[in-house]
Design a protein around this ligand. Sequence first.
Ligand code: AMP
Length: 211
Amino acid sequence: MHRIVFLGPPGAGKGTQAAEVARRLGIPHLSTGELLRSAAAEQSPLGVEADGYIRAGHLVPDPLVLRVLGERLERPDARGGFLLDGFPRTVAQAEALGRVTALDRVVAFEIPEAMLLERLTQRRHCPNCRRIYNLATSPPRVAGRCDDDQSPLEQRSDDRPSAVRTRLKVYLEQTAPLVAYYRDLGLLVTVDATGTPSEVRARIEASLSRA
Ligand code: AMP
């Protein structure tokens, strides 16, 4: 079964890769960031609470994240496998996940820190279909419009420089220890996340097929 986690700093390309790899494997792509952003857009009580943390670049408290993820994991399409993107982000979350499901692979994205800031500030997304663009390396055909549905592209509130700095710090302090955690469990594969999306995808697929 494919029960996969993508682990890596913000801006490493997890979301871009997860969408495509999950589609090709026929498993759902579960992004806690996306789930929380949709809850925020719908103005549900949980979403409104999460939104302040997201905008500041802080982690959303575990009870909220575990609730949205737990509900999503229980849906029937996740029974045959899933690709988790952005969860777990702390050892406590990894332990909580370990209590509800086994994992088959954890793919750690490796990328020089200097490239992250560049990727995050150039990132735009389509609020309608969620497609992700990079203004420098994979821009839309028509400036400011999604190639697929022509919606105006948006920048995430937490991709602005002050929140980006906080997110990178939070990653190093709270999430990076998961690399050793999953290596010790024998689940980790590392992937060079520099290069074009298709180069990175080929490396990920090779590392999953060796598994
Ligand atoms: P992402 O889309 O994965 O970059 O997540 C965007 C933001 O959502 C993060 O900066 C956090 O504020 C929040 N978030 C997403 N996943 C988690 C998580 N596993 N734990 C805590 N906060 C999260």
